[in-house]
Design a protein around this ligand. Structure first.
Ligand code: AMP
Length: 545
């Protein structure tokens, strides 16, 4: 017997409709490419998203066609999120930081029909246009008619203006109702090895993920929040904030392309931002700016951090000096992305300081809806004792089951688990801690050393701006940790003093064998340190020295 409750599909259009009807005056503030501030609200933007759906129809697009976006966080990108997905098309957000050849590859792989592009990316479009003629019929610039760039596109590829399309369309459009499992958006993983792979989110997965990130121990948003997603809308849907914030009726403050400490501080203060989300590098940049300028960010109550392990120093600085609680979360493109967040409990708040901060280092408990486990040799499940480390597996309604173009379920094992590629421990309180990417682990004499733990300690050194640990080949121990550091501006790093900072913080045999000082580290398109390049360059360093 089925329950007798309404069977309403979970569709993305419902979030913007809800916000417009119940929280119409909540704002969407965007810092545009030219640096000016644009203000609108949900009541005004919702009809525009329907107008956009109509405009896409008039371009001849049909259900599940892909519309690519190359854009910063702004109200127009938000309109695309809803106008495209809400009408049954697939919003394919493309990371402009990828190499042009990779961008062309994923546009062709996704067979995008239309590209919607911020003005900043006109040169990129010019460079790749010849390579995307197989699928792209039109390039739409997200601007007013008078701002249109003059580009020579190949035959069969129209150059269009977003605001002209909008002006020519009407709002007499009703959101269609369809199966909630329909694909809604597509995002390619950054691909540190091999070609990027597409993760295809559904309406259902997107709505459930956004609702779960609104739990109090995750991002805990409310109608009083003014949320500034620094995480880009071009990577994993800005951690779901374009959906989760409208759901609660909060305001969205879109920082555009200006993500340096000074720009963020100004926007936070001007727009009274209460919550923001970003990767550790962003918060480090903000922290450095605040400390050197003496400015404050007193409206901020919470900062969501993920994408890489959040160094303890960042949590302590924001909490002690700026009164902002740091929420340490973990996830990946394949998990929509948020799958865990470190929830404080009565017991954890009573821990003494060293234990308390060890607890805070962790990436936390699975959000309700997600299951996690760790496995060792032969796939045997390992105990949750905070010590045993193994491959981290996850499953749940917002975890990918396959990559775009592959059979549903093809990325899972026979019990439906997805192997994350991360190595982790889980403690008796359910708190998971990522110790490494599996391909980055250091196996010294058969024992694992956590590169993340060593990196987090290195960046506590006052002269170190960024640190990476790689496995270097060693004649006796197979692999030993090699520390590669970048000095802060105007500072000189004394390797011995960096090694001294590990004293008493780690087992002696974890101490890096050498410290290399370099001017900069290679990064992936999502801002992570590109360890493969480092290993290729430095893996024989200990043999040669
Ligand atoms: P992406 O798919 O590009 O978002 O990258 C996902 C990967 O980032 C994960 O598999 C982890 O290796 C890493 N990651 C994400 N969040 C964290 C975190 N809080 N701590 C450590 N690593 C993280």
């Amino acid at each position: 017997m089925f329950g007798l409750m309404q069977d309403q599909p979970l569709l993305i259009s419902s979030a913007i409709r809800h916000a417009a009807r119940n929280h119409g005056k909540a704002e969407i503030v965007s810092k545009l490419v030219d640096g000016t501030i644009h203000r609108t609200n949900y009541a005004a933007i919702e009809p525009r998203t329907r107008r956009l759906a109509r405009a896409m129809q008039r371009l001849g697009l049909q259900a599940t066609d892909r519309v690519g976006t190359l854009a910063w966080n702004s109200y127009r990108h938000l309109e695309l999120y809803y106008g495209v997905s809400g009408s049954g098309l697939i919003c394919h957000t493309i990371n402009p930081r990828l190499a042009p050849a990779d961008i062309a590859f994923i546009i062709n792989h996704a067979t995008d029909r239309v590209l919607c592009v911020d003005l900043t990316f006109a040169p990129l479009i010019q460079a790749i246009a010849e390579h995307i003629t197989a699928s792209i019929r039109a390039v739409v610039f997200l601007c007013e008619p008078h701002e249109m760039p003059s580009l020579a596109l190949p035959a069969g590829m129209d150059l269009l203006c977003y605001e002209t399309l909008m002006a020519d369309a009407d709002e007499d459009y009703t959101w269609p109702v369809f199966d909630e499992r329909t694909a809604a958006s597509l995002c390619y993983t950054s691909g540190t090895t091999g070609r990027p792979k597409g993760v295809l989110y559904s309406h259902r997965s997107t709505i459930l993920h956004a609702m779960a990130t609104n739990f109090p121990d995750a991002f805990g948003l409310s109608a009083r929040d003014r949320v500034m997603p620094v995480v880009p809308m071009f990577h994993v849907n800005a951690w779901g904030t374009p959906y989760s914030v409208p759901m609660v009726g909060g305001s969205l403050i879109m920082p555009g392309r200006h993500l340096d400490g000074a720009s963020l501080t100004a926007l936070i203060n001007d727009e009274r931002v209460t919550m923001s989300a970003g990767v550790p590098t962003i918060w480090l940049g903000l922290l450095n700016h605040l400390r050197s300028s003496g400015q404050r960010i007193d409206t901020i109550k919470r900062l969501g951090v993920g994408g890489s392990a959040c160094p303890r120093m960042i949590m302590q600085a924001f909490e002690r000096e700026y009164g902002a609680t740091v929420v340490h979360a973990w996830g990946m493109s394949e998990t929509s992305p948020v799958a865990s967040a470190n929830a404080e409990t009565e017991a954890s708040q009573a821990l003494d300081q060293p234990e308390y901060w060890r607890m805070r280092d962790k990436q936390g408990q699975a959000l309700y809806g997600v299951e996690m486990k760790i496995t060792g040799n032969g796939g045997v499940e390992l105990p949750w004792d905070g010590v045993a480390q193994g491959d981290l597996l996850v499953r749940g309604p917002w975890v990918a089951s396959a990559y775009f173009g592959n059979e549903a379920g093809s990325a899972l094992d026979t019990e439906g688990w997805f192997a994350t590629g991360d190595v982790a421990t889980i403690d008796a309180d359910g708190r998971m801690e990522v110790t490494d990417r599996s391909k980055d682990v250091i196996k010294s004499g058969g024992e694992w050393i956590s590169s993340i733990a060593l990196e987090n300690i290195a960046i506590e050194h006052p002269d170190v701006a960024e640190a990476a640990i790689i496995a270097a080949t060693h004649p006796k121990w197979d692999e030993r940790p090699l520390l590669i550091v970048v000095p802060r501006a105007g500072r000189v790093i004394d390797p011995a003093s960096v090694l001294a900072i590990y004293e008493g913080k780690i087992a002696k045999w974890w101490l890096p064998d050498a410290v290399l000082v370099v001017e900069e580290l290679p990064h992936t398109a999502t801002g992570k340190i590109h360890k493969l390049t480092l290993r290729q360059r430095f893996k024989d360093h200990l043999l040669s020295s």
